[in-house]
Write a protein of this length. Structure first.
Lengths: 429, 161
């Protein structure tokens, strides 16, 4: 059965390049296994439908709505203006502002694609107006958008938490430090590039301007604190925090900034349901595929083979990193994550690797995968927004890739970077 | 689009918005009752989850209609119009096959669950599962429409490939 499932997985992977929807290919692969092994077909609708019967996973559509509302509420340019006032005076100032803006936006949005398409549009427009070329603007936008799902809230972490049965709250909190480190690493890289290429800078506008920008963005800046604070204090579960955050974003958009009206709501909700449908189609069919992978005993076989190779957690993490980086290049991040979790997580737990640290490594790897060619969703979206050819943008992003890989290496060799905050806040698990 | 399809699409949109709002209200009211009024609800968690099942499938239909389901387009992007039409045919056939499978087994699981009660709600589990065959029909019809369009493009680009 193991060999059969490996064959099916291989065929599934190759079939993806002939252009079917990822979900349909996953569903058909699951069906093939079920039919050949002779498991009753009723398991198919059961696994598929019941994957959505999950209260933690419900946080996903709510956070998607929050991001959509925030993007329509005029919050993106308020945040970018504030970031410009804070770091715009440095050389390559708008690149730095781009990163700072992404960090702030990361605290209220959970998807790198949403960051690149929403905030990214504002950022790239502003950068082009100041004479940056499309590649420079697009590259830093794409690279900094990957911070979005590392700093809470985070769609990939919700899905990881549900699929790997790990605490979503702990994963969220564990992402704060690595997310900030990513920003620092990117800013160091920007500084090097800015000096070499003599990128433009703004004069320091003075504390008065900074104060004005801060006041204009104040309610938006408070959103991450509301969210993270609510979850840290244990008042809300992530799902409940998401619902509260939606209400906050709606009040901001409808009454405080008044950038949209109640009449826009059906469209926003419909877009949210559509995006959730895309995500859930993957989650649901992957749940069927995950069931097949487990029945076929792939985790045990693969785990046994791996532990015969190495019993050193660090070597295992190194292998996982290389595997995920390669897979991330050729696969869509979410689908890759869902298929690989049942295979890679059990051996990690058996080797005594902290599940939270492993989750962060997993998610960061696949986020890096979203900005690597040939299959990189964020790169793809950003290329469209910045109106530059995909491959030229991919080349311009390479320096930032190194910065992100450095952070990945750090959280791999030093568990405390990811485990310190959750242990401190939520107690030793 | 014929008027009938447009009305069906409108109805699906309305239902999608209704289930999403219902799901959101369940979670929000749950927070308010538990922390605000200290009177926790017994049914909100369960109802929110079932509405999410429906919402996920409705989103699936809408994404199928808007062609926003994810696929890997590295290879097809490098093809000519005729090659892309072939890829579109393959994609549509895969979607039709999977929709067929979901419809067939979804219908069976719905019938088996018609007399199985939910925990704290008034309807049976069959109502939760009913969206599976329904969504499969809608997604299947969209995919058939895509198949016809792809075949037309294929013959329009006819002659030597």
């Amino acid at each position: 059965m193991t060999a059969l499932m490996f064959t099916i997985l291989g065929a599934w992977f190759l079939s993806l390049f002939v252009g079917p929807s990822l979900y349909a290919a996953m569903g058909l692969a699951g069906f093939a296994f079920v039919a050949i092994v002779g498991i009753p077909g009723l398991v198919i609708p059961q696994k598929v439908a019941m994957a959505a019967n999950s209260f933690p996973l419900l946080a996903a559509p709510l956070f998607i709505l929050m991001g959509n509302v925030m993007n329509s509420a005029g919050i993106s340019y308020r945040i970018f203006d504030f970031a410009k006032a804070v770091v715009g005076w440095m050389r390559g100032g708008l690149c730095h502002a781009n990163i700072v803006g992404s960090v702030i936006f990361a605290g209220m949005s959970g998807s790198a694609v949403a960051d690149a398409a929403g905030l990214g549009t504002v950022e790239i427009e502003a950068m082009k107006k100041e004479g940056y070329d499309g590649e420079t603007a697009g590259a830093i936008t794409a690279a900094s958008a990957t911070i979005g799902p590392i700093i809470p809230p985070s769609l990939p972490m919700i899905i990881y938490g549900v699929a790997a049965e790990t605490s979503i709250g702990a994963l969220f909190i564990a992402g704060i430090i690595p997310g900030l480190l990513m920003a620092v690493a990117l800013m160091v890289m920007v500084r090097r590039i800015a000096i070499r290429r003599n990128l433009p800078r703004h004069p320091w506008q003075g504390w008065g301007e900074l104060w004005i920008a801060f006041r204009r963005a104040f309610w938006a800046l408070m959103a991450p604190f509301l969210l993270i604070g609510g979850m840290l204090s244990g008042v809300f579960t992530p799902t409940e925090a998401a619902a509260v955050a939606v209400v906050y974003a709606l009040i901001l958009g409808l009454f405080v900034y008044r950038e949209f009206s109640v009449r826009d709501l059906p469209r926003l909700i419909l877009d949210t349901v559509e995006t959730s449908g895309v995500v859930m189609a993957l989650v649901m069919t992957a749940s069927l595929l995950g069931y097949c992978i487990t029945i076929a005993r792939i985790p045990q076989e693969f785990g046994g083979w791996l532990t015969s190779l190495t019993t050193n957690p660090l070597v295992y993490l190194l292998i996982v990193n290389v595997l995920l980086l390669v897979v991330g290049c050729f696969m869509e991040a979410l689908a890759a994550m869902l298929v690989l979790i049942p295979i890679l997580v059990p051996p990690a737990i058996a080797l005594g690797i902290d599940p939270i640290q492993f989750g962060l490594i997993f998610v960061l790897n696949l986020m890096i995968g979203t900005i690597t060619p040939p299959v990189g969703v964020v790169l793809f979206v950003t290329a469209k927004v910045a109106d530059v050819p995909f491959d030229r943008l991919a080349r311009a992003t390479i320096p930032y890739l190194w910065a992100l890989i450095a952070v990945l290496a750090l959280i791999t060799v030093w568990p405390a970077v990811t485990t310190f905050l959750p242990n401190l806040m939520l107690g030793k698990r | 689009m014929s008027p009938l399809i447009r009305i069906a699409a409108r109805a699906i949109d309305a239902l999608a918005i209704a289930t999403f709002v219902g799901m959101f209200l369940c979670v929000f009211v749950q927070v308010v009752m538990r922390y605000g009024l200290d009177r926790p609800l017994v049914w909100s968690d369960e109802l929110a989850r079932y509405l999410f099942v429906w919402c996920a499938f409705l989103g699936w239909i809408i994404a199928a209609r808007r062609h926003s389901h994810l696929s890997i387009s590295v290879v097809s992007d490098r093809m000519g119009p005729r090659g892309q039409a072939v890829f579109a045919v393959v994609g549509a056939v895969a979607a039709i096959l999977f929709a067929g499978i979901l419809f067939w087994y979804g219908l069976q699981i719905t019938r088996r669950n018609l007399d199985i009660d939910t925990v704290a709600l008034f309807f049976t589990f069959g109502a939760v599962y009913a969206i599976v065959p329904l969504a499969a029909i809608a997604v299947g019809l969209h995919a058939i429409g895509d198949l016809v369009a792809a075949l037309r493009r294929f013959s329009a680009t006819g002659g030597a490939p």
